[in-house]
Design a binder for this molecule. Structure first.
Ligand SMILES: Cc1cc2nc3c(=O)[nH]c(=O)nc-3n(C[C@H](O)[C@H](O)[C@H](O)COP(=O)(O)O)c2cc1C
Length: 332
């Protein structure tokens, strides 16, 4: 594999979603091997002190690289945490040989460029059960479970913990200062979350139980709450499908694998016309994460809460990435 080919693969890998668009990864290509490291200098010490969400983010990037290579006709072997003495070295992706890509490989690779996080309300159209089954099978291939929250008691518990976590976060000065450091008003910024990609209105005023993260807490001018126009028709209540992805273990290998499964689930969802947005507030805090585990009787550890639905035609813009040269070193 030459520099040009690796550049294309890493371009695809870096389209991965990452917590606060921190892009916490570094790549090194050497012959037929790509190593993926996490970059601790891009850690979120208030929101993610264990680095769990940073490693999940890198797991998605690993999977996007695998998908891009498959569409290029390359088979791969992924070795997770290959060096126990070097925990930031998360994975090596080795090209094992030529492999004729099929239509699905090509579709998934195309979905890398089409996917982005969609926080706007979804259309009032249910996600079909067979599609959820498909996403569960995709995650299951990584031994990652994907549980749909459909039971009313489970929904009430999850919605409560999400709101509780958002409330805790809004009272944490360190969390708020970190969030402010990663929100971008310049649309040309190459990292961080652009204000154009997050709802302008207070998410708490939305006709939805499912609170998307409030990225602009405290900077919103006071005014009439969204959807409160007394003369207008009542807005549709949003009923997204929400799934929890989780793993039996809760260590770096499990986090990375959860990220890989998340990457596949997001691409499959994109191919099926769905959009998604993570709702990870409830998982940021050990207390709410543990409570979610017990209230939903989860047999393992929740790694991602994902809101899924059909997007309206009015999609929010996609978010920039740093240039590949900043994150890829090619040997030789
Ligand atoms: C582990 C992880 C956690 C995330 N948590 C949230 C979240 O709680 N709320 C949210 O709106 N977006 C969340 N995101 C989405 C990121 O903000 C998003 O991926 C990033 O800004 C890049 O934008 P893009 O996905 O549109 O490319 C999360 C992403 C990852 C990978």
């Amino acid at each position: 594999m030459d520099r040009q080919e690796w550049t294309r693969v890493v371009e695809a890998a870096t389209r991965a979603p990452s917590i606060h668009n921190t892009q916490p990864w570094l790549f090194r290509a050497d012959g037929d091997r790509l190593t993926v490291r996490t970059d601790p200098s891009r850690a979120l010490s208030a929101l993610d002190p264990s680095g769990r969400q940073r490693v999940v983010s890198c797991g998605v990037a690993v999977e996007f690289a695998v998908v891009a290579l498959a569409a290029d006709g390359r088979g791969t072997d992924v070795d997770v945490l290959p060096d126990p003495a070097d925990p930031d070295l998360l994975a090596t992706v080795t090209v094992t040989g030529a492999q004729e890509p099929d239509d699905e490989d090509r579709e998934l690779a195309r979905a890398i460029g089409a996917r982005h996080t969609e926080r706007a309300p979804f259309l009032p159209r249910a996600v079909p059960d067979d599609l959820v089954d498909r996403l569960q099978a995709v995650a299951g291939a990584f031994r990652v479970w994907c549980k749909r929250i459909s039971d009313e008691d489970e929904e009430v518990a999850t919605v409560f913990l999400l709101s509780r976590a958002e409330e805790i976060e809004q009272g944490e000065p360190e969390y708020l200062a970190e969030l402010e450091r990663w929100v971008r008003t310049d649309p040309a910024a190459v990292d961080g979350v652009p204000v154009g990609a997050v709802p302008g209105e207070d998410p708490a005023t939305r006709p939805s139980n499912w609170l998307v993260r409030d990225f602009v807490v405290g900077t919103r001018p006071p005014g009439r709450a969204a959807g409160s126009d007394p003369g207008g028709p009542p807005p549709d209540v949003e009923r997204p499908t929400v799934v929890v992805l989780g793993t039996d273990a809760d260590d770096r290998a499990a986090w990375l694998t959860a990220g890989r499964a998340l990457g596949r689930v997001l691409l499959e969802a994109t191919v099926a016309g769905l959009a998604a947005s993570p709702l990870t507030q409830a998982l940021d805090w050990p207390a709410t994460r543990t409570q979610l585990r017990s209230r939903l009787s989860l047999g393992g550890h929740p790694q991602m809460l994902l809101r899924l639905g059909f997007p309206s035609g009015d999609r929010s813009p996609s978010t920039n990435r740093r240039p590949v040269e900043e994150v890829l070193e090619v040997a030789g």
